[in-house]
Design a binder for this molecule. Structure first.
Ligand code: 13P
Length: 287
């Protein structure tokens, strides 16, 4: 059965480690992530962006696939299915489809509107027993062009949103999605410290977990980050392993073109990335 983030993140805050959110893109991704987390006995949050949901033909397909896979693989670790960066309508659709958690990303809206919509969704989610993540301070991405640092959230605004009863909070602390530019200035620990001071035990979320130096990730976790989101690193390791297979001409040997063979090295590479992240975040054995 899918679970909310509540229990796993409360334990993470108390135990000073972070639970991984790995984003899923298809069946292979889901299978690799679930198997790696089971092997590591680590709780996991499967993130689904609106684009990935559409790619997989809709949220209902995702819910059916994840539920069935948890069952058929005999997964025993806690698994949360979480909408990543949803707009208002996507949150409603995921609540309806059977997700156990959603993220409402109102960070690009005026703060009053972010507050009003977050408040409405908090009530709806809690009525249904679903956890909800909110965001303050937009987390940029590589498509925004060359940036030295992502946005830093206003700690007072974080407190306003935290007080609405959200279960977890993403605050921009200079992090960005995708590959970090060479001139990136690093995480703003001053912002993290200020946000933590005002939000207490609220589990904080670090987006853009790919490519942040390990030391910075460890420090952020000691300062209150209880969930780290990873997507790009799984994509990069999958792509590199698949490229290697094809460049070695293996798809032309025997039945090497069979997708079950062609996608196998990439699937194994995703597992390895997951294992490394789980070790870095300290969530191994915490299921
Ligand atoms: P990366 O793709 O940079 O790992 O970010 C993932 C993320 O934050 C999803 O919300």
């Amino acid at each position: 059965m899918l679970v909310t983030t509540n229990d796993m993140l409360r334990k993470a805050v108390e135990g000073h480690y972070a639970v991984a959110q790995f984003n899923i893109n298809n069946l292979e991704w889901t299978k690799s992530i679930l198997l790696a987390c089971e092997e590591k006995k680590a709780p996991v949050i499967l993130g689904v962006s609106m684009g990935a949901g559409k790619y997989m033909t809709g949220y209902k397909t995702v819910v059916a696939m994840v539920n069935a896979m948890v069952d058929s693989l005999g997964i025993t670790v806690p698994v949360c299915l979480h909408l990543d960066h949803g707009d208002y309508d996507a949150c409603l659709a995921c609540i309806e489809a059977g997700f156990s958690s959603v993220m409402f990303d109102g960070s690009h809206l005026p703060i009053e509107e972010n507050i009003a919509k977050t408040k409405e969704l908090v009530a709806l989610c809690h009525e249904k027993g679903i956890s909800i993540e909110a965001e303050v301070g937009a987390i940029g991405g590589e498509e925004d062009g060359i940036i030295g640092r992502g946005e830093c959230a206003d700690p007072a605004q974080c407190k306003l949103i935290a007080d609405l009863g959200v279960d977890l909070l993403a605050a921009g602390i200079g992090n960005i999605h995708g590959i970090y530019p060479a001139n990136w200035e690093g995480l703003s620990f001053e912002t993290l410290e200020a946000v933590k001071a005002l939000t207490g035990d609220m589990p904080l979320v670090l987006h853009g977990g790919s490519g942040i130096p390990d030391e910075m990730v460890r420090k952020a976790i000691t300062m209150g980050v209880a969930k780290v989101n990873v997507n790009t690193e799984c994509q990069l390791s999958f792509a590199a392993a698949t490229r290697e297979y094809i460049e070695a001409g293996k798809d032309r040997q025997g039945k090497g073109y069979d997708p079950r063979k062609l996608l196998a090295p990439g699937a194994e590479a995703i597992k390895q990335t997951c294992r490394e992240k789980i070790d870095l975040f300290g969530s191994a054995g915490k299921a």
